[in-house]
Write a protein of this length. Structure first.
Ligand code: GLY
Ligand code: MN
Ligand code: MN
Length: 438
């Protein structure tokens, strides 16, 4: 791990200590392997809260963080990792080993994970008043880690009468909602990789190709440009499929005259981007498609401009719905503007970060709600309009049209920074690019 990354994760542990206050201890479990079928597992992915605090990507790990010394470790942070095992490493990949943790990760103290139960015996520790745990993840653990956590789980009902036991997600969510310089760099890099990949993919959008061919081109390019994973499963939805918000079959033929809605992006060093663009499959929008496209684009651009501290997702959604309702009404597509939400369906945006829908806290109080935008938030702006076949009151020639345009935006004290602004989105520019790509 490089110095910048070490410094970042160390600073997160320090922030957590400050947020927890004295007399608190945090126990955060990493992820384990999950079975896919028979003897095959899903590809391992670290839990994001654990990653945030450690940057460590191996399964079967846990970290304890406190403001004072933990057990006999003489340290206020202790990482538990898999033991080195040459035979298992030959089968399943290299392990760092506790011996190398302080050098590699900058975490002061480490032990083999079998030592963990000894550190989880908290009943007689008078100085501990609050225990923060990632419960929703703890209960999903499998294999050796589940066994190691078993006695801790069993001790909880007794422990709970002595100390406050709190899920850590809320506290970490608050920290995660404001991005550091390092995180901003990672998200913007993920966005940049994704944008480059879209450009490389434009020439695979044409009648006769399949949705999965476009998906394959995107995923190939994410890897080539430096992304380790999809930020989420790609949505490559042609024609009417675009009206299914989480469409992921990606197995249909691209047809002349239809639109292709792509909602896909890569991840970089665990940080996500989230982009949607809508393309005419034959390279030229029909009059009806263009009308709807330009209305959605207007809402997208106006909301990005307004991504400033103090506004909120709900206010921006009102702005977006109004622009879209007025636009559709003026174009003779929507008679009753009050019905607009039947066709815009989803929220206007969300936080992004380690998770695509970032796990920021969901408090409803005015000083830390997750609706209000604050400096350091990174959010998506993604207005959409969907007219599935049968849309009541919508002229038939618009049925089957779906348009979504999604960008990734950093909220600052000054102007918003759009990380995906270099991805083509004016209708004329899209047509120009597509004619030169094909
Ligand atoms: N890709 C999921 C979303 O746009 O929220
Ligand atoms: Mn999104
Ligand atoms: Mn998206």
């Amino acid at each position: 791990m490089n110095k910048e990354q070490k410094t970042f994760h160390k600073s997160r542990r320090e922030l957590l200590r400050k947020a927890m206050g004295k007399g608190s201890i945090a126990i955060v479990f990493g992820s384990t392997n999950f079975n896919k079928s028979y003897d095959g597992d899903f590809r391992f992915k670290q839990y994001k809260n654990f990653y945030y605090l450690t940057g460590f990507e191996e399964p079967n790990s846990a970290i304890i963080i406190s403001n004072s010394k933990i057990g006999d470790s003489k340290s206020n942070e202790v990482l538990f990792v898999q033991r080195k095992d040459l035979l298992l490493e030959t089968w399943n990949g290299r392990r760092m080993g506790f011996e190398n943790v302080s050098q590699e990760l900058g975490i002061k103290k480490a032990y083999v994970n079998t030592e963990l139960p000894g550190f989880l015996n908290l009943r007689k520790k008078k100085e501990i008043r609050r225990v923060y745990v990632n419960f929703s993840e703890l209960i999903k653990l499998t294999g050796e880690m589940r066994q190691l956590a078993e006695s801790f789980l069993e001790s909880l009902n007794i422990l709970a009468s002595d100390v406050e036991i709190i899920d850590i997600a809320y506290l970490l969510g608050k920290l995660r909602s404001v991005k550091s310089e390092y995180e901003i760099k990672m998200i913007s890099k993920a966005a940049d990789i994704s944008v480059k990949s879209y450009y490389e993919t434009l020439d695979s959008i044409r009648p006769g190709k399949y949705e999965y061919e476009v998906q394959a081109a995107l995923e190939y390019n994410y890897k080539v440009f430096g992304s380790e994973d999809n930020a989420y499963y790609p949505i490559v939805a042609s024609g009417e499929n675009g009206c299914i918000l989480h469409y992921d079959s990606n197995n249909c033929l691209l047809k002349d005259g239809e639109l292709l809605l792509i909602d896909s992006a890569g991840e970089h060093r665990y940080y996500c981007s989230d982009i949607t663009r809508t393309f005419p499959i034959n390279g030229k929008f029909t009059k009806e498609q263009r009308t709807v496209y330009d209305i959605v684009l207007k809402a997208n651009k106006e909301c990005i401009k307004r991504c400033k501290p103090g506004t909120s997702f709900s206010k921006l959604r009102e702005v977006s719905d109004k622009i879209i309702a007025d636009g559709l009404n003026k174009a003779g597509i929507l008679k009753n503007k009050k019905n607009i939400r039947k066709y815009t369906l989803h929220g206007l945006g969300h936080h992004i970060g380690l998770d695509t829908h970032d796990a920021v806290s969901y408090s409803k109080t005015s000083e830390d709600d997750n609706d209000t935008l604050r400096p350091g938030n990174v959010v998506t702006i993604e207005p959409g309009v969907y007219f599935p076949t049968g849309s009541e009151g919508i002229p038939k020639k618009y049925w089957g049209i779906s348009v979504r345009i999604e960008d990734d935006v950093l909220v600052t004290r000054k102007d918003p920074v759009d990380f995906t602004s270099h991805m083509v989105k004016e209708a004329d520019d899209i047509e120009k690019f597509m004619s030169s790509a094909n």
